[in-house]
Write a protein that binds this ligand. Sequence first.
Ligand code: DGL
Length: 280
Amino acid sequence: MEIIKNREELSSAPVGVFDSGVGGLTVAREIMRQIPNEKIVYFGDTARVPYGSKSKETVTKYSKQIVRFLQEQHVKAIVAACNTASAYALDEVEKELDIPMIGVVKPGAKVAVETTQNGRIGVIGTEGTIGSHIYSTYINEMSRNTKVLEKACPLFVPLVEEGLWQDPVTDEIAKRYLSALIDSGIDTLILGCTHYPLIRSTVGKIVGEGVTLVNPAYETARELKGLLEKEGLLNKSEQGLGSNQYRFYVSDMADKFRTFANSILKYGILSAKTINIENY
Ligand code: DGL
């Protein structure tokens, strides 16, 4: 009886979502859409972004600090809403946790395998994600004969953060990055970085209609919903809280974060609180 009561109490706790900065908001946005009753505590590591060009050791250390902070917020589950953190740190961090944790890579890899018809999947991401070969590892575990072609696109993150979502400069760079993938005959392309869904239309235009784009943010929200259902942790009790159910924390530049967040989220963010993540 006691356990059931605790589970009910736990189900009304927030989900912790973290990223190196603003990119994970594309994942938070999908969670807000697909499971609107859930509360979210979001942490963006805006003082230490980018993670994509840092080492595995550094990204793992940062991820552990963030997870400690989120646990202090009494979250019931954690989403590593960052491809680089999912690639480098997820396995090690989740070992230390007694609550469920998921990343964005596995859900994206799974749906790409389900989507491809010709067994040729492209993956684009940061240098860290692509260098780790995490997507090809997961894809080949599920489907040994699938060919995975990977390409790091480091300039996409700053272009997105500069707001150049639809711009000739972004078109030109996308053509250069994507030409080898197009020539190799992929029919599916994973947007393996949190920022890339925001330039989805540019990428789609360059690769053409014959290539299906996979957005791991969407799949991750779906997987989170399934996981919470399975664990009896879906929040059924509270509805219609709107923006009050979301709390945002950053490690620096709170105003800039807020402006970016308000450009992509449905709910206006009134404040993002700055914390010193080095204390964790
Ligand atoms: N959030 C990161 C990712 O998805 C991109 C930004 C960064 O390099 O930190 O890999």
